[in-house]
Design a protein around this ligand. Structure first.
Ligand code: ZN
Length: 260
């Protein structure tokens, strides 16, 4: 995830300066076929390209989110933070504005699977990052929602995003929440040292795997004749000739030899 910052300081939400205590993350998509971040974000930072005259860094826009995912000028996918995370945005028309951090994914024609997958992955990573930062459980009820789910819960206006888009590719919000939780676990696992018990378990498994390979090997040339004689004398059954012998096995072998 390439996360850049371009706070929309001339947007009315920023100027009002109200804050929230984030209790969740709401996922939006723009509802317009324009994947370029420069449609919404200004000024050009050298990555975005020349902004649209209707960008959101000006008064009278009537909406603002905390981040946007879309294309930089070179066509690569980037995330821009556009409001401080704890500032109140205006993204869902109702009380969700008081509780949820929000981001927009810039829509394209909604038929490009590569663009869907790339922006979905970044949305997963951004949501995992925000949940980690604000100590939110993405699997808990009402924490990670899309706009249309917010409407069903009575905390957002009646919009279809993002399911009208993601549904075309067989993905729903339960998939998304699970992917966010996985991403958080992965990020945590990568940073954490293994416990003594986990190390022992890994060593045990590696030894067992190595032993299983040894057990498949045939007898060495120098031992073949002797092994045949030992089988004939009922000292060994001849199986696993390269496998280790336990003390109890050794004891029984010696007893068998004595009784011969
Ligand atoms: Zn929306």
């Amino acid at each position: 995830m390439r996360l850049y910052k371009a706070l929309l300081k001339h947007n009315d939400c920023y100027l009002r300066g109200r804050t929230i205590r984030p209790r969740g993350v709401m996922v939006h998509s723009t509802g317009a076929n324009n994947p370029w971040l420069r449609r919404y974000i200004a000024p050009d930072d050298g990555r975005l390209g020349a902004p649209s005259p209707r960008h959101w860094n000006q008064g009278g826009v009537g909406a603002c989110v905390h981040a946007m995912i879309g294309k930089a000028a070179d066509g690569s996918i980037a995330v821009y933070q556009t409001l401080p995370w704890n500032m109140r945005g205006w993204h869902c028309g109702r009380s969700g504005n008081d509780t949820h951090i929000s981001f927009e994914i810039c829509e394209d024609s909604l038929t490009d699977k590569d663009y869907f997958q790339a922006t979905y992955q970044v949305a997963v990573e951004l949501t995992a990052y925000l949940c980690g930062r604000f100590n939110l459980n993405p699997l808990a009820d009402g924490v990670v929602l899309c706009h249309s789910e917010g409407y069903q819960r009575g905390i957002a206006s009646n919009h279809a995003d993002v399911l009208h888009w993601w549904g075309k590719f067989g993905v729903d919000m339960d998939d998304f929440r699970a992917d966010v939780a996985l991403e958080m676990a992965r990020a945590q696992g990568g940073e954490r040292d293994l416990t003594e018990q986990e190390v022992r378990q890994i060593v045990r498994e590696e030894l067992a795997a190595a032993q299983a390979e040894r057990d498949k090997l045939p007898p060495s040339d120098w031992a073949k004749d002797g092994l045949e004689k030992a089988k004939a004398a009922s000292i060994t059954d001849g199986t696993r000739p390269q496998g280790w012998c336990t003390r109890q096995e050794a004891a029984l072998m010696l007893l068998a030899q004595r009784s011969n």
